[in-house]
Design a protein around this ligand. Structure first.
Ligand code: NAD
Length: 371
């Protein structure tokens, strides 16, 4: 027998987690206010179309009549041109202000779908059904929606809450290992910024075992949600969630604009967390032992990404562009011991570059050991 879904009450919506979420989705569509003649649209990419949509329609039969809008997967498609195509499709298919958009996919789908729904006809309802680990533990919750501008990450967007979020962990069965680890990076971040016990737990789990992940998905959503509830529009403590992201976003943008292989969001955040833990150590917020523990845990969990060459001037420019800055200073969230943060910490260029060199040295050392 399937157990009842876990519920995390969020800002003005709820997050349902578990194998039984389809019952909750059915309830949502049975509510008189949500239904009658409302047109339903489901935004997917080719992978969520193939691996998740059939299950959703099988379990929530009502959705058989929904219009499916498919886009090509990938961060490079999280842009205004694709939004325009989707707005046009919605318009041509007769979407009106009562229509509802279901975002079925990873973080690209929930970020962009949330943005599209929140701006179409001044805002229509949307719900998120995240299908990657990263979107289940992070991107689908918290109300940040948006798209990239050229290669600048999430430069355009708005805070806008979904009507509900439904997390079905078995969707992760078809997610590849690299993508699972990308999501795991955000889970490690939740632990590092808020909960030392959770960090100890995560250090020992097998990311490939979906059943082991389920309990931790709940803990991650709970941690993120508690922080967001205290500061929905990120004027204070929500900045805790930016740990690893100042350097991480710059690296992700840098990879997007270079010809080379794009970095997954979680991969960039993993590198960012090591660099920003190094800065925390240099500023005496973190002990040498803690820095080592964080570096080792991340490097042993991830397929190591080498930063052989990087243009430091361009990286610094990208960091200066970051939305997290005000008054032109690059702002960091640093660790103040494992499980605690210090927000609004500035840091000079020399220290930032040193932190990238620290990462490079650590990865070089690891490959020397394993060869
Ligand atoms: P993604 O949406 O690109 O998904 C990764 C890949 O997995 C894609 O190829 C996708 O097609 C595929 N996929 C999706 N579901 C699948 C399934 N069940 N089985 C097999 N393949 C599947 O990327 P992501 O890692 O989910 O999310 C990254 C995005 O999330 C970034 O744009 C990042 O900026 C954003 N993000 C947003 C927030 C927020 O608070 N809004 C937080 C963190 C990250």
């Amino acid at each position: 027998m399937k157990t009842k879904s876990s519920i995390v009450p969020a800002q003005n919506y709820s997050v349902y987690i578990g194998e039984n979420v389809f019952t909750e989705i059915t309830h949502f569509f049975q509510k008189p206010t949500s239904q009658s003649e409302r047109k339903i649209f489901i935004l997917v990419d080719e992978n969520s179309l193939k691996h998740c949509l059939p299950k959703l329609i099988e379990e929530v039969f009502f959705l058989e009549k929904a219009e499916i809008i498919e886009i090509e997967s990938g961060e490079e498609n999280k842009n205004i041109e694709i939004c325009t195509q989707i707005w046009r499709t919605l318009s041509e298919l007769g979407a009106d202000r009562k229509s509802l958009l279901i975002n079925l996919g990873g973080g690209v789908i929930s970020d962009m779908g949330g943005f599209i729904a929140s701006t179409f006809k001044r805002g229509i309802d949307f719900i998120n059904i995240p299908t990657t680990l990263l979107s289940q533990v992070d991107a689908s919750v918290g109300g940040k929606t948006g798209i990239d501008l050229d290669h600048l990450k999430n430069e355009i967007g708005l805070f806008s809450s979904p009507r509900a979020v439904y997390i079905y962990p078995p969707f992760l069965k078809t997610v590849n290992k690299k993508q699972l680890f990308s999501g795991f990076a955000e889970m490690l971040k939740h632990a590092l910024v808020a909960d030392k016990t959770y960090w100890e737990e995560l250090k020992n789990i097998d990311v490939n075992t979906i059943s082991e992940l389920e309990k931790n998905i709940f803990t991650s959503v709970k941690i993120k949600n508690e922080i967001v509830l205290k500061d929905p529009s990120e004027t204070g403590i929500r900045k805790a969630l930016n740990f690893g992201h100042t350097i991480g976003h710059a690296l992700e943008s840098y990879a997007l604009e270079s010809d080379g292989k794009p970095l997954l969001h979680g991969e960039a955040v993993a590198i960012g967390m090591i660099c920003e833990a190094f800065i925390s150590y240099k500023k005496k917020f973190l002990s040498a032992a803690e820095l080592q523990e964080i570096t080792e845990t991340i490097l042993t969990n991830f397929e190591v990404v080498k930063l052989n060459y990087f243009d430091t001037n361009r990286l610094m420019e990208l960091m200066k562009h970051d939305k997290k800055n005000d008054t032109g200073i690059i702002n960091f969230t640093l660790l103040n011991g494992i499980g605690n943060v210090s927000i609004n910490q500035s840091c000079n260029a020399e220290m930032i570059i040193k932190s990238l060199h620290y990462y490079t040295e650590e990865t070089n050392m690891l490959s020397a050991q394993s060869s």
